[in-house]
Design a protein around this ligand. Structure first.
Ligand code: GLY
Length: 352
């Protein structure tokens, strides 16, 4: 098992290993009270019983709350339903929410935990690779508005993150590849040796190698931990984690969200690297190496959308601050920098 300690406004442990759902109580820093397990209709049939049994064995009184699969659960409707469920069950600050699922379940549960009774404990139990390496760590919680994704939320750190790598074996290939895109992002962003490892051992072809998965997930979490420790509230270097996301979000938006997040981020990384090459910020070899790894994983390296439609989607990006867009540009494999582009120079800078 890998253990990583995150030091932010709360200090907590991220545990990564096989079969950890059966050892939940040993890894949970809270005293047994009521455990509300929040999960979705797809994940619950796989793991709810196991998680529930482990918590009951540790003395918890367990209640379950199931949301629909997908982004529609990150809505005011489900936010309110979950709050009412907690109130009806007389949940207090000494009880705990367990978020069992991917990023949607984690984001919704975390936001509810941040606001119910002005904050109750929650523990992330990520079941997707994407949630394991990104959304379950770092305390970003949110729901969506009709106007855009993640527009209402809070920075609220979990009390623990417990990732059972057995859950990765049941993921659809596309969902697994989504997580791989974020993992490749960490290599390009901050760790050349991780990038090399990912090209030598293609995770999509080595899924059953749980030791490899544990090592890789732990490395990504450690990179995120170091960044979050310096900039928990995302005012500076935490922006680096958005590598590939500026174009990625534009691609998701142009596709009406039919293109998966990780796939859009993969194309977004290749596109922003092309921009970096054009401005002499990185060498063409970086782009070639990136494209080759992404293609090994079956991930896209470009998008079908016109520059004009991408630019118009980019202009409504929530990463725009005042009149500037912060763009993350690769310099080498393992090193990136933040460039502030004035909005009136955006077209020229990106497609110029
Ligand atoms: N997902 C990017 C971040 O946590 O900042």
């Amino acid at each position: 098992m890998e253990k990583i300690i995150v030091k932010a406004s709360r200090t907590y442990q991220v545990s990564i290993g096989r079969g950890l759902f059966s050892q939940l109580c040993a890894l949970t820093p809270c005293h047994p009270g009521i455990a509300v397990i929040v999960s979705d209709e797809v994940v619950a049939p796989w793991y709810m019983e196991m998680v529930s049994a482990a918590l009951k064995a540790g003395g918890y009184h367990v209640k379950n709350f199931i949301v629909p699969q997908g982004e529609r659960a990150k809505s005011f409707i489900w936010y309110e339903k979950l709050l009412s469920f907690l109130a009806d069950a007389h949940i207090t600050r000494s009880d705990v929410i367990f978020a069992l699922g991917g990023g949607v379940v984690g984001d919704l549960s975390g936001f509810v935990a941040s606001s119910y009774l002005r904050g109750i404990p929650y523990i992330q139990l990520p079941t997707t690779l994407l949630a394991a390496v990104d959304s379950s760590v770092g305390g970003k919680t949110a729901i969506n508005l009709p106007e855009g994704k993640n527009l209402v939320g809070a920075f609220y750190q979990p009390y623990a993150v417990i990732m059972d790598t057995n859950s990765l074996q049941t993921l659809d290939a596309d969902i697994f590849a989504d997580g791989c895109a974020e993992i490749i992002k960490y290599g390009l962003l901050a760790d050349e040796s991780l990038f090399k490892l990912l090209s030598q051992h293609v995770l999509t072809k080595n899924r059953e190698d749980t030791a490899l998965l544990e090592t890789v997930i732990a490395r990504c979490v450690a990179i995120k931990r170091d960044i979050v420790a310096q900039d928990e509230r995302d005012t500076g270097i935490r922006n680096l984690l958005n590598l590939g996301h500026t174009f990625g979000h534009a691609i998701e938006k142009c596709s009406g969200f039919s293109i998966r997040h990780g796939h859009a981020v993969a194309a977004g990384m290749a596109m922003v690297t092309r921009v970096a090459v054009r401005h002499g910020i990185c060498d063409n070899q970086v782009l070639e190496k990136l494209k080759s790894v992404l293609q090994e994983y079956g991930l896209p390296v470009s998008s079908e959308f016109s520059p004009d439609s991408l630019l118009s989607a980019l202009r409504s990006d929530k990463k725009i601050n005042g009149n500037v867009l912060r763009l993350i540009l690769p310099q080498h494999i393992g090193s990136c920098r933040i460039e502030e582009i004035p909005l009136d120079k955006l077209d020229q800078y990106l497609i110029g």
